[in-house]
Design a protein around this ligand. Structure first.
Ligand SMILES: Nc1ncnc2c1ncn2[C@@H]1O[C@H](COP(=O)(O)OP(=O)(O)OP(=O)(O)O)[C@@H](O)[C@H]1O
Length: 532
C-alpha cells in the first residue's frame, strides 16, 4: 500500500474545481492567480508543467440553485462554467485543462476508482444520522455548529437533519497511515498552521464518512446501487484525475495517471483543507495510488473580518475590478499585499496606493527615467560594459547576484509576497543608486565611463526585476523587456525559454552591451480611484 508522495519529474498544479452555485468571485480568482503564478514560474525554469482548474457541478446545492433559477441543472452548470472561463481569460490565467465533473469521461474514471475502493473492502452500507449543511455539502459535527444547528460558514443558515441509509468510506482504517504520512512528509500539508489544524483533527480520531446520498438526482449513481447517488466530494476530487486525460485517451485510470500524476501541488483555500489533506489521501491509499506531493491551504480574503463567499454574497466582483484596473494590477496586489497562507481584508485605497508606489513609481519611473538618460548620454543603446568588471561593491550588483536564489526559494514556497518584496528591494536600491550617483552631473564632468557603469547597472537591475516578476505581472514584464530591446512575450513561455532561459536571465549581468533600446513608454499608468 502506498503512503508516500512519489518523486516528481514533471509539475502539475491544481486549483480547486469551483462549485458552480454562483459566478466566480475574487476568492476564486485568488487561488487561480496563485496557481497560475506557480505554473508560470515552473515554466520559466523550463520544467514540464500542467495547470488544472475547472468546476465541480454535482450535488444538492447545484440542483437547488438551478431550480431556483428555473433552469435545468446542466444548462445552469454550462452558464456558470462559461463565467469561470471568461474570468480566467480576463485575468490572463494560463491553464492547460478545465475539468468539469459533468464531462462525459469523468463518470468512467469515478466508476473505476469506486470499484478499486470497493474491491479493497473500504465501502459499506450504514445509517447516517446527522446535521447536513447544504452550503458546505457536508455532515457537521455538533461542535462545528452554532446554537440551533446553524452553520457559521454559511450565514448562520440552519443545517438539515438527516437520518438515512448511505454508503460509507472506511476513513477510520487509514488513521495510522495518514499520521505516518504527515510525520514522514511534513511538507505534505502547508503552511505549518494548516498542518497543525489537520494533525489535531486527525489525532482526535477519524470517523468513516458517507459517500452517497438518497433523494438526489443530480450526480452519478453509485455503481453498485442505482438507488444511491455518489456524494459530490467523492466525485469532485476525482476531477483532478480526469483532467489528466489527453483528449484522445480512453477514460481509464491507467491512461489518466500515466504521465502527469501525482499532482505536485493542490492549491486550495483553508475551507476545503479536510477534504484534500485527509479524505483525498485516504481515498488514494485505498485505491492503491501514489499520493500528491503537497496540499497548500491558503487563507481567506475577508470583508469586515468574514470570509467572502458566494453563499454569503459579500464578495468583490473581479470582473469590475479588472475592467477598472487591468489584470496585472489585480494579480500583483493580491499576491504582494496579502501574505499567502494568512487572511486579508481588501481596501481599494490600499490597492491604489500599493500599485502606484510599487509599479508606477518605483518600477515604472525607474525604467522611464533610465531609458531617457540612456538616450541622452549613450545614443539609446545598452552601454558596452563587461559586467564581470563591475566592482562587487556596486550596490546593485551585490543585491542582484543574490536575488535569484532568494526569489527561487520564495516562489517554490508560494511566498509570493516575500518574492515581490525581495525584487522590489533591488528596484528601490536602483532608484537610490541613480540619485546618489547623479549620472547627469557625471556626464557634465565628462565622466562618461562612470555614466556607462551607472546606466548599465540600473538597466540590468530593471531587466532582472522584470524577469523575476514575470510570473506575477507578465504583461508589465513583457513591456519592460521589449523596451530594453528584447523581442519576447512572457505570455508565450516556449518562446521565453529559448530566448531568455532561466539559467542565464535569472542572473544579474547578462544584458548585452550594444543592444538597441526602444522608446520609453509608461509600463504602468498611475491609478486614480475610479468609482462606478
Ligand atoms: N474568501 C475567499 N478567500 C480566498 N479564497 C477563496 C475565498 N472564497 C473562495 N475561495 C476559493 O474558492 C474555494 C472554494 O470554492 P467554492 O466554489 O466553494 O467557493 P465559495 O465562494 O467559498 O462558495 P460558498 O460561499 O458557496 O461556500 C476555496 O477553497 C478557495 O480556493
Amino acid at each position: 500500500m502506498n503512503s508516500k508522495p512519489a518523486v516528481k519529474k514533471n509539475f502539475t498544479v491544481t486549483t480547486p474545481l469551483y462549485y458552480v452555485n454562483d459566478m466566480p468571485h475574487i476568492g476564486s480568482a485568488y487561488t487561480t492567480i496563485a496557481a497560475d503564478i506557480l505554473g508560470r514560474y515552473w515554466r520559466l525554469r523550463g520544467e514540464e508543467v500542467l495547470t488544472i482548474t475547472g468546476t465541480d457541478e454535482h450535488g444538492l446545492k447545484i440542483q437547488r440553485t438551478a431550480a431556483e433559477r428555473g433552469k435545468d441543472p446542466q444548462t445552469h452548470c454550462d452558464e456558470i462554467a462559461r463565467g469561470f472561463r471568461s474570468l480566467w481569460e480576463k485575468l490572463n490565467i494560463r491553464y492547460d485543462r478545465f475539468s468539469r465533473t459533468t464531462a462525459k469521461n469523468h463518470e468512467a474514471i469515478v466508476e473505476e476508482f469506486f470499484q478499486r475502493v470497493w474491491d479493497n473492502g473500504d465501502i459499506y452500507k450504514g445509517q447516517q444520522k446527522g446535521w447536513y449543511c447544504v452550503g458546505c455539502e457536508e455532515f457537521k459535527e455538533e461542535r462545528e455548529l452554532l446554537e440551533g444547528h446553524r452553520c457559521p460558514l454559511h450565514s448562520n443558515k440552519p443545517t438539515e437533519w438527516r437520518d438515512e441509509q448511505n454508503y460509507f468510506f472506511r476513513l477510520s482504517k487509514y488513521q495510522n497511515q495518514l499520521q505516518t504520512l504527515y510525520q514522514e512528509h511534513p511538507e505534505f500539508i502547508q503552511p505549518e498552521s494548516r498542518r497543525n489544524e489537520v494533525l489535531s483533527f486527525v489525532d482526535r480520531g477519524l470517523q468513516d464518512f458517507s459517500i452517497s446520498r438518497v433523494n438526489l438526482d443530480w450526480g452519478f449513481p453509485v455503481p453498485t446501487d442505482g438507488e444511491h447517488t455518489l456524494y459530490v466530494w467523492f466525485d469532485a476530487l476525482l476531477g483532478y484525475v480526469t483532467a489528466l486525460l489527453e483528449p484522445e485517451d480512453k477514460p481509464t485510470l491507467e491512461n489518466a495517471l500515466k504521465h502527469w500524476w501525482p499532482v505536485q501541488t493542490h492549491l486550495i483555500g483553508k475551507d476545503i483543507l479536510r477534504f484534500h489533506a485527509i479524505y483525498w489521501p485516504a481515498m488514494l491509499m485505498s485505491a492503491g495510488l501514489p499520493l500528491p506531493h503537497r496540499v497548500f491551504g491558503h487563507g481567506f480574503l475577508t470583508k469586515d473580518g468574514k470570509k467572502m463567499g458566494k453563499s454569503l454574497g459579500n464578495t468583490l466582483d473581479p470582473f469590475d475590478l479588472l475592467d477598472r484596473y487591468g489584470a496585472d494590477a489585480v494579480r500583483y496586489y493580491f499576491m504582494k499585499e496579502i501574505e499567502f497562507g494568512k487572511d486579508g481584508d481588501f481596501s481599494e485605497t490600499r490597492f491604489i496606493n500599493v500599485l502606484n508606489a510599487d509599479l508606477a513609481n518605483d518600477l515604472g519611473n525607474l525604467l522611464n527615467r533610465t531609458l531617457g538618460m540612456a538616450k541622452k548620454y549613450c545614443q539609446a543603446i545598452v552601454p558596452e560594459i563587461n559586467p564581470d568588471e563591475i566592482s562587487t561593491e556596486n550596490p546593485l550588483k551585490a543585491v542582484g547576484l543574490s536575488l535569484r536564489s532568494t526569489v527561487e526559494n520564495h516562489y517554490s514556497n508560494l511566498a509570493y509576497s516575500q518574492a515581490s518584496e525581495a525584487i522590489l528591494t533591488l528596484v528601490r536600491e536602483s532608484n537610490k543608486y541613480i540619485d546618489d550617483r547623479a549620472p547627469w552631473t557625471l556626464y557634465k564632468q565628462g565622466e562618461k565611463d562612470r555614466v556607462a557603469i551607472v546606466l548599465y547597472s540600473v538597466l540590468e537591475s530593471v531587466r532582472l526585476s522584470a524577469y523575476l516578476l514575470s510570473p506575477i505581472i507578465p504583461r508589465i514584464s513583457t513591456a519592460i523587456y521589449q523596451q530594453l530591446g528584447f523581442d519576447l512575450d512572457f505570455d508565450n513561455s516556449t518562446g521565453v525559454n529559448s530566448i531568455a532561459p532561466f539559467t542565464s536571465h535569472a542572473q544579474w549581468g547578462i544584458l548585452p552591451g550594444g543592444q538597441p533600446l526602444r522608446k520609453p513608454k509608461p509600463v504602468f499608468q498611475r491609478l486614480e480611484a475610479i468609482c462606478n
